[in-house]
Design a protein around this ligand. Structure first.
Ligand code: B12
Length: 511
């Protein structure tokens, strides 16, 4: 029998700082789960609560037996639990399941009475298996990759026999997301579609929770499925892949297949590494014709070799510069992110500003080094982080006492943002932004740009830090808890499928 399953993308609620207001994209993970449920004969409903808040009405409309709530970011844990509690109150008979990156990487905060199970892996196999078990009344303990609430406490079921192949569900169901399509945007571009061609990353950057969840594995969707997806979506595409172009031969094949199909978009954004494109400029040349505007978001991270090594980036500053140069040579828009460490003194800020200026990196953004749950860094700093609200894990809040003290730290952090193109009193003015958009988008881009100005106001950060809804005193970090600088590359998952530092990426075996 077909089971009605409601899949909810909650409103994270905390978007005063950070990327949230500038990038709103569809819940693609729920689209893949919906497709898997449809394949299994069930009736999925995807609801984006950022644009459709009334849960009571949604539940009346969809009459679910199972409600799945997505927890993509750690900053959303508290909101996810609020949604779960509301579902319980409105529909006590529903089974409440939580899943998504943050839930799988670190389920602990979700283990409450409001939740029945937490998905510890990707959802394409696990969710239909769980729904089938509920429908048939078979033991849930036999469903893989779950944290399960039982009368004896929370238990973990067996892991999936192997990582879910991405072709198991080749295309997402976009029916749900299409109801909100006009609301999805990335800065200037609207509406936006999210497309996934591959999942995972073989590198081991200390601040990232993705490789730690997926054991440095890297999975690819088949070229045919990706081409069908690209051909079906609209003119603005954000590629969700953790590391685009990781497999050069397949990336070239994909570019050629897309060109043969006549795919050409108005805008594409991908996320990649500088060292990768520095070594494979032919990928840039092959992909550039596929869009009128093509942005690449690089993990720039640090302006020095020592800084990169301290983050286990396994790349050099020369490679950063070569990657940026290669991308610019092919007329890619170069964006990216630097990490700002709360341990910094004045000189590290000045070093960053000088680097950004020298290399014209005004389109980069800046985030505060944040120990994400699911990382080793988080485990090390745990004693100092105790009690910090999850909503503050948005990379724009301090979670422990900075070396310079909060007031001076925020002054310098805001000053760092003032050096970006988002600063309307900097080199790029409001009129320059407006000239880039279609006339009907002018009111919208004006609103977005006004909101971004908060990133440049030290007083805004300080007010948030001292009196914000989630204000919490900061503890000092014992230097012994901080990671030792740069060790040699360790082995992923006990296997040997991660690229060694000296190997060209083309030779890196994949799962
Ligand atoms: C797209 C994306 C965004 C989008 C928003 C996405 C959205 N829909 O709202 C934007 C660009 C806005 C964004 C912003 C940020 N992001 Co983000 N984002 C991603 C990214 C790159 C891809 C997610 C995705 O769609 N993947 C493709 C789909 C198909 O996969 P999926 O979502 O994982 O879904 C599968 C499973 O997770 C599971 N699943 C998903 N939902 C559910 C629900 C249920 C019920 C179940 C059972 C299973 C399940 O099944 C799905 C199918 O297998 C991830 C990287 C990643 N690997 O997760 C980072 C990631 C989630 N983001 C991250 C971060 C840190 C941020 C920011 C804080 C960064 C910043 N600089 O400000 C901001 C926060 C914004 C805010 N205030 O809310 C971190 C989160 C780490 C953490 N533990 O919190 C990640 C993991 C990146 C990283 N390398 O560390 N992000």
């Amino acid at each position: 029998m077909s089971v009605s399953v409601l899949l909810i993308r909650p409103d994270p609620g905390n978007e005063r700082f950070g990327l949230g207001p500038f990038f709103r994209v569809e819940p693609l993970g729920l689209g893949y789960i919906a497709a898997a449920l449809r394949q299994a004969g069930h009736e999925p409903h995807v609801v984006d609560a950022r644009f459709e808040p009334g849960l009571a009405r949604v539940i009346r409309r969809t009459r679910p037996r199972v409600v799945g709530v997505s927890a993509l970011h750690a900053l959303e844990y508290e909101r996810v639990l609020e949604v779960a509690r509301e579902v319980r109150r409105l529909s006590p008979g529903c089974f409440v399941l939580v899943g998504g990156h943050a839930a799988a990487a670190f389920p602990e905060p979700l283990e409450t009475d409001a939740v029945d199970a937490i998905c510890l892996d990707d959802g394409e196999e696990v969710v239909p298996a769980l729904v089938d078990a509920l429908e048939r009344g078979t033991p849930l303990a036999a469903v893989p990759a779950l944290r399960l609430r039982t009368p004896d406490g929370w238990v973990t079921t067996a892991p999936l026999a192997e990582r879910t192949g991405l072709d198991r569900v080749p295309l997402p169901e976009r029916l749900g997301a299409d109801r909100y399509r006009s609301r999805y945007h990335c800065l200037l571009f609207r509406p936006v579609w999210l497309v996934e061609t591959a999942r995972g990353c073989p590198f081991r950057c200390s601040f990232c929770s993705v490789w730690q969840l997926y054991g440095r594995s890297f999975r690819e969707r088949s070229v045919g499925a990706v081409v069908d997806d690209f051909a079906a979506v609209g003119e603005h595409v954000f590629v969700a892949d953790d590391l685009f172009w990781n497999h050069p031969a397949r990336s070239l094949e994909l570019a050629h297949a897309l060109r043969r199909r006549g795919v050409r978009k108005r805008w594409i954004l991908v996320q990649s590494r500088c060292d990768l494109v520095a070594r494979h400029p032919e990928l840039l040349a092959a992909w550039r014709p596929l869009a009128e505007h093509f942005d690449v978001f690089f993990g720039l991270e640090a302006p020095t070799d020592a800084g990169l090594a301290g983050l286990a980036k396994d790349a050099s500053l020369d490679e950063t510069l070569e990657g940026v140069r290669a991308a610019r040579a092919e007329r890619f828009g170069v964006t990216g992110n630097f990490l700002v460490d709360p341990a910094w003194g004045e000189s590290e800020f000045h070093e960053l500003w000088a680097f950004v200026k020298q290399h014209g990196l005004g389109r980069a953004g800046y985030t505060i080094l944040t120990p994400l749950p699911g990382t080793e860094l988080f485990e090390r700093l745990r004693p100092a982080l105790e009690g910090q609200p999850w909503a503050n894990y948005d990379m724009h809040h301090l979670l422990w006492r900075p070396g310079l003290g909060p007031a001076r730290f925020f002054e310098l952090y805001a000053e760092t943002w003032r050096r970006s193109v988002l600063n309307l009193s900097g080199d790029k003015r409001w009129l320059d932004w407006v000239r880039q958009v279609r006339p009907r988008e002018i009111p919208y881009i004006t609103r977005v740009m006004l909101r971004t100005q908060r990133l440049m106001k030290p007083r805004a950060y300080l007010a948030e830090h001292e009196h914000g809804a989630h204000a919490m005193p900061l503890r000092a970090v014992d230097p012994a808890w901080l990671p030792a600088p740069a060790r040699g590359p360790s082995e992923p998952d006990g296997a040997s499928h991660a690229p060694k530092r000296a190997l060209p990426l083309a030779d890196a075996p994949r799962e």
